[in-house]
Design a protein around this ligand. Structure first.
Ligand code: NAD
Ligand code: ZN
Length: 252
């Protein structure tokens, strides 16, 4: 623990005494300590399938029941999960800054549950389903009465309203993030491997526009290539302490 305090204290010396606006990118790692498995690693496997084999339009076309069963398994885990100190620290940070944007790759809804307000869910939300024909959307509880679920408007199949591997991003969302990230002084990247390239691109662009990038992740990631400050710790242990230090620095 001592190392963590010292490490943070040493690394934050070059952060300016005043920061006007701040951006955050989170990945599955921030929810790991809430008991939600990340995709990469053995915990991600289910019945010998890899997430990359299930979270695709092709898998859904081939076997919608199988894909929904996997989502139901994940929805059951997420239903029981509570936000952890890292999620709650982001809520406090949002209260401190007038200009704050939280961009999450997570679909678990834990940022909202913790109380964060200005959130962009880049990859959708696991509680929402969308009709593949008429685009009707609704929030569905778990367990589902019927797998796969059907659209109440047109009776076509409903799919999880999340972004699958190989699908394109909502350009409106990307534009909002890019505009905001042009102006930020600091960007936190928490618990993301960077295997999904668009969020890495967004972070890199912010960095080129002058933002100081702070990474919190126990392991190396694609963000580590350009991060200015790297904290190799778990999010729920490091972020609350980092915030204590920064708040003190900025309040004075
Ligand atoms: P990811 O690519 O964001 O990788 C997880 C990262 O978290 C790894 O780099 C790992 O080192 C790090 N990590 C693990 N434990 C951590 C901790 N306690 N604190 C900080 N960092 C920690 O995520 P993924 O699992 O490879 O998934 C890719 C995509 O799948 C995501 O973009 C998301 O859309 C989806 N996904 C979402 C959830 C969720 O909503 N909770 C869970 C799994 C996957
Ligand atoms: Zn429909």
């Amino acid at each position: 623990m001592n190392n963590l305090y010292k490490d943070i204290e040493n690394q934050i010396v070059n952060i300016p005494d005043k920061i006007e606006s701040i951006g955050i990118i989170t990945g599955a790692g921030i929810s790991q300590e809430s008991g939600i498995p990340t995709f990469r690693g053995k915990d991600g496997l289910w019945k010998n399938y890899k997430p990359e084999e299930l979270a695709t339009p092709y898998a859904f076309e081939k076997n919608p029941k199988l894909v929904w069963e996997w989502y139901e398994m994940r929805r059951q885990i997420i239903k029981k999960a509570e936000p952890n100190p890292a999620h709650y620290t982001l809520v406090k940070m949002e209260e401190f800054f007038e200009n704050f944007l939280l961009v999450t790759q997570n679909v678990d809804g834990l940022h909202e549950k913790a109380g964060s307000k200005n959130i962009i869910e880049l990859h959708g939300n696991i509680w929402r389903a969308r009709c593949i024909l008429c685009n009707y959307k609704e929030f569905l509880e778990t367990p589902l009465p019927e797998i796969p679920p059907h659209c109440p408007k047109c009776n076509s199949l409903m799919r999880p309203d999340v972004l699958w591997f190989g699908e394109t991003y909502d350009t409106n969302l990307l534009n909002i993030v890019q505009d905001f990230f042009q102006k930020i002084g600091l960007l936190f990247v928490i618990g993301s491997s960077g295997q999904v390239s668009v969020p890495v691109y967004l972070a890199k662009e912010a960095h080129l526009n002058g933002a100081i990038v702070i990474e919190i992740n126990p392991d190396f990631s694609m963000y580590s290539h350009f991060a200015d400050i790297i904290l190799r710790y778990k999010a729920a242990e490091a972020l609350p302490i980092l915030w204590q230090f920064l708040k003190e620095k900025w309040q004075n």
